[in-house]
Design a protein around this ligand. Structure first.
Ligand code: ADE
Ligand code: ZN
Length: 319
């Protein structure tokens, strides 16, 4: 598939090549053998364990230099996969523990790597500063303060990831209000593990323009109609959903039904090495499962450009 790809939902730490994490663990004398399988890939049985493995991998990412290397590695892969623009989630909590001065250093490192990658590989990057739901509302407030302090051309969004079962969307409203005042684009994970009410409350209480996953909205036709009418964009990650058992197979995945119903859907990989996936694999499997052709993918990528958290000139350059 040769369509230039726009990816809106990619966790930077979740895209870390296992080799990079293993090398850092060795350098730092941290024993991470328990998080890898015999093939050297990340190993977990369910979503709870996935979050633990993810956070264990993050413990060896300790400095802005580590994030510089990570950003460059991830963007090289993005370019190989045919991406021309990526938005990645970066967590102030993992990057300096929510401290604004430390966060600035991590952002500067990522921005430096992004400039290198843009000149070397021709792929652009924007950052969505992201709170982790199960770290609680106070940590989310600190993440939002970090996001607001660095809001600009590079840090363009604020997000919420983590365990959807932890707290209610309205617990995070203060953080989202602050991010909105800083003119950041807003997105939150919902409707991955939670049902339609989780998506509805997220849209109502956090006033996001995009929802991470959001696919379980399909269980409520009135909500599907509303998402379509209001143009709420879903960042759909089918391979992630199938790998984590949200759906038993690609054929059972609702992305095509949502698209047919007029919901603006986009396609992303979430945490590609964790889910043994890549952007091109997602496109190939969507094409196999639902017969999506080059026109469908072009339309999906136009939707992604429209929904991207970047300025109008950057959007115009992507089309
Ligand atoms: N963080 C990284 N991947 C995630 C996912 N699929 N759901 C929630 N939080 C995440
Ligand atoms: Zn995600």
């Amino acid at each position: 598939m040769t369509t230039p790809k726009i990816e809106l939902h990619l966790h930077l730490e979740g895209a870390a090549p296992p080799t990079l994490i293993r090398d850092l663990a060795k350098k730092r004398h941290v024993n991470l053998s328990g998080i890898f399988d015999n093939n050297g890939m990340y190993a977990f049985r369910d979503f709870g364990q996935f979050l633990k493995v993810y956070e264990a991998a993050c413990t060896v990412l300790r400095s802005p230099e580590d994030y510089h290397a990570l950003t460059l590695a991830v963007l090289e892969t993005q370019a190989e996969e045919g991406a021309i623009y990526s938005e990645v989630f970066l967590c102030p909590q993992f990057c300096g523990g929510g401290d604004v001065a430390a966060w600035r250093d991590y952002v500067a490192a990522a921005q430096d790597a992004a400039a290198l990658a843009e000149s070397r590989f021709g792929v652009s990057l924007r950052i969505i500063a992201t709170a982790v739901r199960h770290f609680g509302p106070d940590a989310a407030k600190r993440a939002a303060l970090c996001a607001a302090e660095t809001a600009g051309e590079f840090v363009t969004g604020f997000g919420l990831a983590g365990d959807e079962g932890a707290g209610r969307p309205r617990d995070f409203a203060w953080a989202f209000d602050l991010a909105r005042e800083a003119e950041l684009g807003l997105t939150a994970h919902a409707g991955e593990w939670g049902g339609p009410s989780s998506v509805r409350d997220t849209v109502d209480d956090l006033r996001v323009s995009r929802v991470g996953h959001g696919v379980r909205a399909v269980e409520d036709p009135a909500l599907v109609e509303r998402l379509a009418r209001d143009g709420i964009v879903l960042e759909v990650c089918p391979g992630s959903n199938v790998a984590l058992g949200v759906y038993p197979s690609w054929h059972a995945h609702p992305v095509d039904r949502l698209r047919e119903a007029g919901v603006p859907v986009t396609i992303s990989t979430d945490d590609p090495p964790f889910f043994h996936t890549s952007l091109s694999r997602e496109y190939d499997l969507l094409s196999d499962a639902f017969g999506w052709d080059a026109d469908t993918f072009a339309a999906i990528n136009r939707t992604a450009v429209d929904a991207a958290f970047c300025d109008a000139q950057t959007k115009a350059d992507l089309i």
